[in-house]
Design a protein. Structure first.
Lengths: 376, 290
């Protein structure tokens, strides 16, 4: 889950990471506690906000109500603006980049720092790769004192005690909130010390059961701001992944890799999939039933391909789900099922008895379903 | 020899009493895998599929010689079960559990690494050395003994490839599923390294997918360390941009992590690229000279 900047900054503030004094504005006429000169920042979840015109300066030459009116009527990369964070302007001596995240291939947390902050880290990596340091952090030790001194030296900070406090607080947020990224960019050096001018926090959705209170607070806040603009972030009862696409062949697979392979094969056969739909780690008859309901909601689907190759997933469960859905609903489009793997004898028998032949060969099933889609 | 497992591997099943644990234990045992014990806290002194169940790994070790653990323990308890396996000197741990929070996964793998335990997973379908040992969910009829080593992120895709190779009469030395990410214990590169050393493997198959940078890192490793022929298949050529496709690691952002970029990196490293499973069969037959 991605947090808004103001949510991230509230978390920073609660954990002793200095942020500028600010007010969240949700309507153009709301009184605010910040005086000019101030920075007005649209609160959106899309990236590249600054370049898209989502940040404006309010000084004595401009009228706040006009600026706000203007900003609230904006759409940033399609996302409507529902809130603006007004912050007092701080004097910036230098801008740094600082974040904590993880590297999946080496299974380590990493602290990333650069003296060239203020632009996207991807851009720093392109233009100044030598100016980025990446330090692995042991999950049982946290950032060590020598690592902090090394970061201070790299950033050119003489006083490493303030940085130590900041890094330790940032790591505390990262670990206690189950974050996958905590990023301060820019981290400003001001005459009064270090200040986080931006806050980007990503939370691990898999930690939701043990972070229920935190998630429900943040999700409720995001939903009330979005006022129905965005799809609900409510927890789904299963692990189905559903991604709409623009073609006509409905697709359900019981593995991500096989699903992606099938997408490619459908394209090679001259059609495009109407969606990607993968059942995920929890599979039972109900999950298959729900997946069919999700895919067949799309009126563009001309034929449906179900690709099953069970390892942990049981074919008797899958047959039960498919047949259950067919019994409850009037299936108007042709269905092609490829079924093999764990408990396949039972699953195929159930399908046979219901009069639905199953394929064993994936390529044959793809050709059939594409031909059926083209007939329609 | 095969990699990581063989006919002598002695296996303990953590979470043996769950629905999946019980079914997979039965299939593994039928295949000939030496499953010697199971552990589920609170279910000690019971028997599942003829296998004695204990409350603790240490208790199982008093009665059995054990070198490998496969874990079916659900998410909230998975970390503790892994610590227990590592503390008991288990050298190879197959972690099938999906949905473990990222911070727990990093603790598990860091702890295991510091004590010399190899972790396959999380979210691993396991691995199979056809004819010798099966540790995980691989459907048995899709694999036959032979000399092609396969490494895959996706379980289902590795069954798909196993099935196609087997139907074409091409056997496998070991088929290893490392899991869909976003965090991995053993990586593609490490498994490829094991295949390079394995005397029973002649050809290596790398099954990759969109997202992340693991295939690119494997390509660099192959270029400098691997002399055996490698055949690569990257799925997700037709995937839309910016969407996660079922595996947390499988997302394209801009030009990063695309199938095209991965195929390019692997081609430069000398990997034979197959676009479909049928092409893979043709390439392998060509490499074997038949």
């Amino acid at each position: 889950m991605k947090l808004y900047e103001f949510q991230g900054k509230r978390i920073f503030k609660e954990n002793n990471i200095p942020v500028p004094k600010g007010t969240l504005i949700v309507s153009p006429n709301q009184p605010i506690e910040v005086d000019p000169p101030a920075v007005l920042k649209t609160q959106v979840l899309v990236g590249g906000r600054g370049k898209a015109g989502g940040i404006k300066i309010w000084d004595s030459s401009s009228k706040l109500s006009e600026l706000l009116q203007d900003m609230f009527s904006q759409k940033l990369k399609g996302e409507p603006v529902r809130a603006i964070l007004a912050e007092e302007k701080v004097d910036i001596v230098h801008e740094f980049y600082l974040s904590i995240t993880f590297k999946g291939n080496s299974a380590t947390h990493v602290l990333v720092a650069s003296s060239a902050g203020g632009v996207e880290i991807e851009k720093i990596a392109q233009e100044n790769p030598g100016k980025i340091i990446t330090l692995p952090i042991d999950p049982f030790l946290g950032p060590t004192a020598y690592q902090v001194r090394y970061v201070a030296k790299t950033l050119g900070l003489k006083d490493h005690r303030e940085l130590k406090k900041l890094i330790n607080s940032l790591y505390a947020v990262y670990s206690s909130y189950d974050a996958t990224l905590v990023e301060i960019n820019p981290l400003a050096l001001t005459p009064t010390g270090l200040v986080a001018l931006d806050a980007k926090i990503l939370l691990d959705d898999k930690s939701r059961p043990r972070q229920e209170k935190l998630f429900s607070l943040l999700v409720n806040e995001q939903q009330s701001l979005a006022r129905g603009d965005r799809e609900s972030e409510e927890a789904k009862p299963d692990t189905i992944t559903y991604v709409p696409m623009s073609g006509s062949v409905g697709l359900i697979s019981d593995g991500a890799g096989t699903g992606m392979l099938t997408l490619d094969l459908i394209k090679d056969a001259g059609e495009e999939a109407a969606n990607f739909c993968e059942l995920g780690s929890i599979t039972n008859p109900e999950v298959m039933y729900n997946a069919m309901a999700a895919v067949l909601k799309n009126p563009e689907v001309k034929s449906l391909l179900i690709v099953l190759i069970g390892g942990f997933n049981r074919m008797d469960d899958m047959a039960e789900g498919i047949l259950g859905y067919r019994e409850d609903n009037n299936l108007k489009i042709p269905l092609v099922v490829r079924m093999c793997g764990t408990m396949e004898e039972v699953g195929k028998e159930m399908m046979d008895q219901a009069g639905i032949p199953t394929y064993d060969d994936l390529l044959g099933a793809v050709r059939e379903v594409v031909a059926l889609a083209k007939e329609k | 020899m095969a990699v990581l497992i063989n006919q002598e591997t002695k296996v303990l099943v953590q979470g043996i009493t769950g629905r999946s644990g019980t079914l997979q234990t039965r299939v593994m045992k039928e295949y000939g895998t030496k499953v010697v014990a199971g552990v589920t806290p609170g279910k000690g002194k019971t028997i599942v599929e003829g296998i004695p169940v204990y409350d603790f790994v240490a208790e199982a070790k008093e009665h059995h010689s054990i070198d490998t653990v496969i874990s079916f323990v659900p998410g909230p308890f998975a970390k503790d079960a892994c610590f227990e396996a590592v503390d008991n000197g288990i050298k190879f741990l197959v972690l099938t559990t999906e949905g473990i929070p990222d911070h727990d996964v990093i603790e598990i793998i860091s702890y295991a690494k510091s004590r010399g335990t190899k972790v396959l997973g999380p979210g691993s379908p396991g691995l199979i050395a056809p004819g010798k040992c099966k540790l995980g969910a691989h459907p048995t009829r899709m694999f036959i003994e032979g000399r092609v080593g396969v490494v895959s992120k996706s379980g289902a895709l590795s069954y798909e490839v196993g099935k196609t190779l087997t139907e074409a009469g091409i056997g496998q030395s070991t088929v290893v599923g490392i899991g869909g990410g976003p965090i991995w214990g053993l990586t593609q590169q490490e498994i490829i390294g094991l295949f390079q050393e394995d005397q029973e493997t002649d050809i290596i198959v790398l099954l990759g997918e969109i997202g992340g940078s693991m295939e690119e890192e494997a390509a660099e490793f192959i270029a400098t360390n691997v002399t055996k022929p490698v055949v690569g298949l990257i799925v997700g050529r037709a995937a839309p941009e910016g969407k996660s496709l079922g595996h947390a690691g499988a997302i394209i952002e801009g030009s990063k992590g695309t199938a095209k970029a991965k195929i390019e990196a692997l081609s430069i490293a000398g990997v034979h690229i197959a676009k479909t499973l049928q092409e893979m069969v043709q390439i392998i037959k060509g490499l074997r000279g038949n």
